[in-house]
Ligand binder design. Structure first.
Ligand code: N01
Length: 530
């Protein structure tokens, strides 16, 4: 059987895959998108758990490539819910007529580079074969769900779900005894909603996380009109902060102002809500003492909100604020004041097994009708490593990344020509507002492909030297901060056996400048061949 031929194969139909298709089509390139899900949406297709919403404000967590699109779309709340974001993604797919080039229910199993022809052979799980000159992995940073290997899960007679693979039908918790395992962003968002429905909710916490209130609510139409009238300026401000136009970075150091000033600033940011809490002082992620002042402030808030002092203490993290992704919640801590909610600490005595009727820790047996795993993802590398990717010399990605991921700019991997990654390890990705970052990557990648095509070249491959220098630089920048000291998924610390490497690159504007300089200098650090 002859393989179907394309110019470009894109893996994934989330925000990145859709925009890639739009841009590649405009270049006149025959493009096919393969998507494992039964519809478009990526993260927002899979993560349908109760309470799922974005922690970046909706007016900024949206595409900016089309002014008509950003003018016509109406967001309803400060932080959009998962269903609203999914409606938006579907609207984009229809508005730009993208669906006809997307193959749904199609999981890519392998991509092998044929150096003699400078083409990729792509095979799907169903065994269908395709070829393309370029492959772009738009597989997402948080798409490979982590289900801990607890013995006994198969024998559980109740229902169980992972937040990252939530069913499409509504899950009814009414009258049920429910367990939630995990207290990261997914747990913290779902726990308050499940608690309102369930007869009894037991939360199993291994490590407490810092969370700040979202103060979500309907968007003020006057503010929306104002932003829409100045959308370009608003987006530019966002780009400078990498997160929020409204981040209001404070240039002062926490360690250099008075205790009253620190308290005033933290209070103001707590009242305003959301991730801008991290911009309260310039030294928060660089100085332990500064970080501890923020940690102490949040611990104080937890003790103010949670009535039972023992529970409040268990919920109070002893780690550094922000070194794990700061959570943004709606009534998370207050949920523990409900009579039907219990917090169980599994930091010292872990979950031993899932039983047919519930689960057992080393201290106690519990009965449940439903278990929710909010246990996160094999982040940033999981989705890529689950595909059998082989480069120029037949080397697998697993071999190339045995000691941790290595990329050039988070966009390319030496030895894997004509293969690009969107928001890959070594790019700012998860330390930014993902949408503008995705757009930046898509534009850089499609400009690069266009350059190769216009020059009539066969391939482009990152050089090992450029990659090594970039990896060293990413590590140096990370080491100047407190980030590598947290046991976070940023480091792969949540997956047993995963090499501990700080994966994202700290600093969006300098990163974008570097990418531009590389392109302006004829793709410096890449080997181009004819
Ligand atoms: O996953 P996580 P997540 N026994 O890895 C626990 C984005 N996101 O899905 O910390 C017991 O943060 C684990 O415990 P520990 C966002 O970037 C965004 O919640 O390893 N517990 C932890 O508590 C976020 O950071 C949004 O000790 C176990 C939890 O499971 C990222 O996705 C919403 C365990 C996993 O937390 C991931 O968030 C949701 C075990 N064996 C997600 N194994 C928004 O936009 C794991 N845990 C708001």
């Amino acid at each position: 059987m002859t393989a179907k031929q394309f110019d470009v194969i894109v893996v994934g139909a989330g925000f990145a895959g859709l925009y890639l298709l739009h841009r590649l089509r405009a270049l006149g390139l025959q493009t096919r998108v393969f998507e494992a899900g039964s519809d478009v949406g990526g993260t927002w297709f899979w993560n349908r758990y109760p309470g799922a919403r974005c922690d970046i404000e909706s007016l900024e967590y949206s595409y900016q490539f089309s002014d008509a699109l950003q003018q016509e779309w109406e967001w309803s709340e400060r932080y959009a819910t998962q269903p609203e974001i999914l409606r938006y993604i579907n609207h984009v797919a229809d508005r730009f007529d993208l669906r006809r080039d997307i193959a749904l229910n199609t999981r890519v199993a392998a991509a092998h580079f044929d150096a003699s022809r400078s083409r990729w052979a792509v095979t799907t799980q169903a065994g269908d074969a395709y070829q393309a000159k370029y492959v772009v992995m738009a597989t997402g940073c948080l798409s490979s769900a982590n289900l801990p290997d607890f013995p006994g899960l198969q024998r559980f007679t109740g229902d169980w779900y992972h937040t990252g693979h939530w069913p499409h039908e509504p899950v009814d918790f009414a009258g049920k005894r429910v367990a939630v395992i995990g207290t990261g962003s997914s747990g913290i968002q779902s726990i308050p909603v499940i608690a309102e429905q369930a007869a009894a909710l037991t939360v199993f916490q291994r490590t407490p996380n810092f969370s700040v209130p979202a103060h979500n609510g309907p968007l003020d139409p006057e503010r929306v009109a104002d932003i829409k009238a100045n959308y370009r300026r608003f987006r530019e401000a966002n780009r400078q902060t990498a997160f929020h136009a409204d981040f209001r970075y404070n240039a002062a150091n926490a360690t250099e102002v008075s205790a009253q000033e620190r308290q005033r600033e933290y209070e103001a940011r707590w009242d305003r809500g959301g991730l801008p809490f991290m911009a309260a002082f310039a030294d928060l992620v660089f100085d332990e003492q500064a970080n501890e002042s923020a940690a102490e402030f949040i611990r104080g808030k937890i003790h103010e909100i949670v009535e039972d002092p023992e529970t409040a203490e268990l919920l109070s993290p002893r780690s550094m604020v922000g070194c794990k992704r700061l959570c943004v919640d709606s009534h998370y801590y207050a949920t523990y004041n409900r009579a039907n909610v219990r917090l169980v600490d599994v930091s010292q005595h872990g979950i031993k097994a899932i039983t047919p009727t519930g689960l057992e820790t080393e201290l106690e047996a519990f009965a449940f009708d439903v278990i929710v795993f909010a246990t996160g993802f094999d982040a940033m590398t999981g989705a890529l490593m689950s595909i059998d990717i082989r480069g120029r010399l037949g080397e697998t990605l697993q071999q190339a990344w045995a000691e941790g991921p290595k990329t050039y700019l988070g966009l390319a991997i030496a030895g894997f020509p004509n293969l690009f990654t969107v928001t890959g390890p070594g790019s700012p990705s998860v330390l930014t507002n993902m949408l503008p970052t995705i757009e930046h990557h898509v534009e850089w990648i499609t400009d690069c492909i266009n350059y190769v095509e216009q020059k009539g070249l066969a391939s482009i491959d990152a050089t090992a030297d450029a990659q090594e220098a970039w990896v060293a630089h990413v590590n140096d920048v990370a080491e100047s901060s407190l980030y590598p000291r947290g046991n976070s998924w940023y480091l792969g610390a949540n997956i047993p056996g995963k090499p501990r490497v700080f994966m994202p690159y700290l600093g969006f504007p300098p990163y974008a400048d570097k990418c531009k300089a590389v392109a302006d200098n004829g793709y410096q650090g890449f080997a181009l061949s004819g």
